[in-house]
Design a protein around this ligand. Sequence first.
Ligand code: GDP
Ligand code: GDP
Length: 458
Amino acid sequence: MSFTLAIVGRPNVGKSTLFNRLVGKRLALVDDQPGVTRDLREGEARLGDLRFIVIDSAGLEEATDESLQGRMRRLTERAVEMADACLFLVDARAGILPSDEVFADILRRKNAHVILAANKSEGKAGESGYLEAFSLGLGEPIRLSGEHGEGMGELMDVLRPISEKFAKRAAEMAPETDVDFDEDADDGPRLPTQEKPLQVAVIGRPNAGKSTLINKLIGEERLLTGPEAGITRDAISLRFDWGGVPTRIFDTAGMRKRAKVQEKLEKLSVSDGLRAVKFAEVVVVLLDAAIPFEQQDLRIADLAEREGRAVVVAVNKWDAEPEKQAKLKELKEAFDRLLPQLRGAPLITISAKTGKGLERLQAAVMRAHEIWNRRIKTAQLNGWLAEMISAHPPPAPGGRRIKLRYMTQVKTRPPGFVVMCSLPEKLPESYSRYLVNGLREDFDMPGTPIRLTMRGQG
Ligand code: GDP
Ligand code: GDP
């Protein structure tokens, strides 16, 4: 994913239609329900051989009151800030309206890298609007039809150099420095996509409080939710700064709620949990303190472990819990008993509603992520392995002692190790478990899945 493109423009110019075309039907849920408000949607776009992140700034067609328009403007500004380049759509059929000028101003003020496109350009009806678009002073527009897929080649041509520029920058950056705010960038606005955001998914059973939590984390500014029924989000993932750390959060709650609105979307929500887990680096399993560790919770947590994700368990609605001390003890016991595969994973009590515990949650997520990425030096591992062997030698089936010769970490995210040994097939499971538990303890890696492979030498 080399760069981020924000699609901006006034309501109704065809932003979502184009977003959907770029991202594909599978990810983008087309918005044809009146009264459904959207905020910044983000998806992975494909255009020919180009891959990039695309952000759809809010539609808000139904918004009539001032404050929502103000919010719309703020969201657009946010989208511009998040993106490396902006695709500014105008409606070639409607021509240039005063509100287009408002958006042009925002883009100029933010010093954004702008690609101007006259959308709805299929057929002849867009010709005069196309010509009018020059008057915005943002260069030569390209002719697009998001709905009919016209102009995609031209769009690709203008995006390719941007893609190459950012791919080159990404390659120049050392692997250790993928969080980089590029303070010194002097060619335009700050370029946040060079950082690889932390990817988090919040999963849990319906009503656990996922939406409440995500709202609280991201804050009012980014998310337009409201008391009115039907106002919800269909975001795939949302970007925000979590205590200064650029983060993308996968929002399953929004998608599920959409599914209720539109029955045909129900199918899409079935695999939400799995998709969220695949997307995430850290999975926050959100439990309801009143009904913790239900079957569904256990299945999700187990899935996250099997997929090799770092896991943090958050127990929500702690504000409503009368017997906190006793409850916590009970939860910890249940956790150890029901999810032994996640031994040592943090269990954090929170209230999504009041915001209590969210700083601890963040700390736990960051730490889980750090452990998940950890690399241990080979020399250190082998010193450790020798000690483990002398403390508890491997068995000698049929009189031949199994020899563990050498160990190395072959991967991170999650940490994976290979031990070269004689007769790997004869080494009992219990010995592998002994080593995995030892790794966890001695190298301080609680909670993260650890993969250990025994390999024969020949
Ligand atoms: P947004 O508010 O900017 O996200 O706009 P939408 O994507 O919701 O589109 C607004 C309307 O314009 C819808 O009725 C679309 O079907 C229509 N539309 C979008 N793209 C095109 C296009 O390329 N050509 C034509 N003729 N109509 C389009
Ligand atoms: P989701 O289905 O997982 O997205 O859950 P929601 O965020 O929609 O929350 C379900 C219900 O739990 C709502 O009525 C929330 O107000 C309530 N809720 C969420 N978080 C908390 C919390 O921290 N404390 C209390 N007491 N209620 C909460």
